[in-house]
Design a protein around this ligand. Structure first.
Ligand code: DLL
Length: 437
């Protein structure tokens, strides 16, 4: 059963005709109401009436994170404040956040897209969704909450943290689905094991994980530890929040992005040139229905590949492969580009290691060096230092063979790598700290 079958399975020509109409309205709205867009378009000598086909999107200016931040707090809003029903903000760690607004219709559309996403992931009215995404300015908690209600689920707004209580409530409320970041799901699973609690005996059958990059290997880990189907949900504050796209349960290969509400491009990270389907690049998103906070060609910094091949679920919307990483998290180690998810994949293939890790990057002289800190599984730790040295040498070799980077792998006792409650901090870059001091 498809939740919004009329839209989710629209033939591509009809979908594109709808996108064009909505794009024209959005461009007009941006030009007329947001000073930033008017100036950016005037500078490129492009007017709303120049947009005659979908590919004319390439004439529009890109929008970057810094530009949104420069207009803090409400400078990018396209409606007066009395029409703004809610605000959220991005989780920037330094300086001012990016603040986004929603009209009542934006909130209704968002809830609808999350409901669609939950349904595509296999949830049905009657399911109970334990929501361990953070509630507050972060979009995760409330975004999934209202989507769950719109689909007719029992919403359990637990928020993040209090891990032992999460486990108790997961059991007592009989949750059939869990949503949170993949790293927090792993933390919950570990805590449950420590308490001698068998998560596989719960009623859980589906996990919806997102808000941070994760690997296919992490999927297997979560599926086997929690005895669930683990699916990927994507979104970002600047564009809406969670529910921009989701993996369907039938396919489990790439996320359907809801193209009736978003125009999706994949562009060259350096030149900004649009790339054809199948090529890896940065995802850029133009909103097609947002009223309060429309964005034109927002450069997400998320690296992925768009796929055109039809999906067996029958949905016609474009698919995006799981995000390999963010362009600003990409490490360049002695000339080799590497994403933390690639390191994660190798670590998780090594059975004797626990799936908790953090990468440190240093500058030694003129060269960058990388240390991978990972935990031993308790049986490995019990085998002693010599054995662990052999495992670390083997992982170092695998990282060299599969990714091409030379790095040091340090194996630590169980429980020493920081556990995540939300988005895990996978990289500590000492070069940035050195540059700032
Ligand atoms: O993380 C919204 C969200 C909440 C998505 C809950 C999914 C579930 P931000 O805090 O603005 O919003 O962070 C957005 O997180 O640009 C990606 O880099 C990353 N991200 C989000 N979902 C995924 C995913 C939310 N499924 C940023 N896979 C995005 C990989 C993801 N990265």
């Amino acid at each position: 059963m498809i939740f919004d079958v009329d839209h989710e399975t629209l033939p591509r020509e009809e979908l594109q005709a709808m996108q064009l109409r909505r794009l024209q309205i959005t461009v007009e709205r941006c030009y007329e109401t947001v000073r930033f867009y008017r100036e950016a378009m005037d500078e490129l000598e492009i007017k709303p009436h120049h947009i005659k086909t979908l590919s004319d999107v390439k004439f529009l200016p890109y929008t970057k994170k810094e530009q949104l931040r420069d207009n803090y707090p409400f400078g990018m809003f396209a409606v007066p404040p009395d029409q703004v029903a809610r605000v959220h903000a991005s989780s920037g760690t330094t300086g001012k956040p990016i603040v986004v607004g929603y009209t009542r219709r934006d909130i209704a559309n968002w809830s609808h897209m999350v409901a669609r996403s939950l349904s595509a992931a296999g949830l049905r009215p009657g399911d109970r969704l334990h929501n361990a995404f953070g509630f507050g300015l972060f979009t995760g908690g409330m975004g999934l909450h209202y989507g769950a209600e719109a689909l007719g689920l029992m919403a359990i707004p637990m928020s993040g943290g209090q891990t032992q209580k999460q486990i108790m409530l997961l059991a007592d409320f009989g949750a059939t689905a869990l949503c949170c970041t993949p790293s927090y799901a792993l933390n919950i699973a570990e805590e449950a094991e420590k308490l001698g609690f068998d998560m596989r005996k719960l009623s859980l059958r589906i996990g919806l994980f997102g808000a941070e990059p994760w690997s296919e290997e992490m999927r297997y880990e979560l599926e086997s530890r929690l005895q669930i189907d683990a699916l990927d949900i994507y979104g970002l504050t600047e564009v809406m929040g969670p529910g921009v796209g989701v993996e369907c349960r039938e396919g489990k290969h790439g996320l359907h992005l809801w193209e009736d509400h978003f125009l999706i491009e994949c562009v060259d990270v350096d030149t900004g040139e649009p790339l054809p389907y199948g090529e890896q690049g940065e995802i850029a998103i133009t909103t097609l229905t947002k009223e309060a906070f429309p964005v034109l060609r927002f450069r997400t910094r998320d690296i992925s590949v768009l796929e055109q091949a039809p999906c067996k679920c029958g949905r016609t919307h474009v698919r995006m492969r799981r995000i390999s990483g963010r362009s600003d998290d990409m490490l360049i180690i002695r000339g080799v580009n590497v994403f933390p998810t690639q390191v994660e994949a190798i670590l998780m293939r090594t059975e004797t290691l626990s799936p908790f890790y953090q990468i440190e990057v240093f500058r030694e002289g003129f060269l960058d060096s990388m240390v991978v800190n990972v935990e031993a599984s308790p049986p490995l730790y019990a085998k002693g230092q010599e054995f662990m040295d052999r495992v670390s040498a083997k992982v170092q070799k695998d990282l060299k063979d599969f990714i091409g980077i030379t790095c040091r792998v340090q194996i630590h006792p169980t429980g020493t790598v920081e556990r995540s409650m939300g988005k895990a901090m996978r990289v500590v870059d000492h070069r940035k700290k050195a540059a700032q001091s």
